[in-house]
Write a protein that binds this ligand. Sequence first.
Ligand code: GLA
Length: 387
Amino acid sequence: MNLSILKERFFELYGNPESNPRCFFAPGRVNLIGEHTDYNGGFVLPCALQYGTYLLIRPTGDAVVRLASTNMDFKTEIRLEDMGKKVGSQWVNYPLAIFDQFRQLNIPFSGFDMLFSGDIPNSAGLSSSASIEMVTAYALTVLLNAIELEMLDLVKLSQRAENEFIGLNCGIMDMFAVGMGKKDNAIFLNCKTLEYKRVPFVTNGFALIIANTNKQRGLADSKYNERVAECQLAVTYLSMNTPISKLGELSFMQFFKMQEIIPDELIRSRARHIISENQRVLNAVSALQKGDILQFGALMNASHQSLRDNYEVTGFELDTLVGEAWKINGVVGSRMTGAGFGGCTVSLVREDAVENFIEVVGREYQLKTGLKADFYLAEISDGVKEI
Ligand code: GLA
């Protein structure tokens, strides 16, 4: 990102070049394994990326927040008295959701000039929205000197913003990874207790490659909320046997013995995914700690199969991209990452096979789907910060 060009753009939009904006950055994230487990009180293993959202921001002292982005045409001005209202389905709802949380916490603020710029693909399952939310939350905390808010508070506040204001009943994984990320480490998080451990992601000789299906994710939010509701229904049935509040509380053996209590096969499959995926995260962490990259890759593959067959959140494009990756010599694991219904895959590829992987998978994917995939080399990076 060229920050001096970004600054020029900021001054073109808002004038007053004597008063410099501050610059903040929040990464996106890629989840290595542990998909759809977070809102079930389970385990996840995401890491922060080198890509994300930059924010130039300057307090103005007036009663208007001005929002613009280099990625979207839509820009707007919101008067403080209108805070709390959504603006259609525009991207500005993500920062506005955070302002709304600050308002609810009675943290006083006046106007700001804000320019966002992201180098992360939107709606691709790499948490561009959590990245916008967290960069806003962190910048406001610094500029408003709200020292009582620690990073974990910002993570929780951003999740509430997404649940209440945006209306997506997401879990905490994305914000947590964006806030707590650390270079070269994955975050092993227990989403029920929020205890976490950083696990060094040392994969000498292997690269982590993200591939974007570039499929438009129509209705993804409503399908996501549907899965959340299906898991709640599974909890209701299973609780007739053992009282639980989240699927993550059951081991696979416990579930296996009592699964027949769920009368509906579809709901049983949804629960089977969550409970088996939880176990896969535990196994993946121990594989990483032992340096057993082949085992780690095998667990990634099994995760994708379960997301495809039990949870049904993959679809033709993701399955094609992963299926083509599995055929390539030097690929130890490949799976969809994020919510699914389109978006990205993540693959662990031997370094000397990367070039061939990109060429062959890209070509075969385009032949089969008519879409062109984009490939990115993931570098595991730090969480949100001022730069
Ligand atoms: C989205 C949500 C997360 C998580 C993933 C699936 O990214 O925002 O909370 O549920 O999907 O693992």
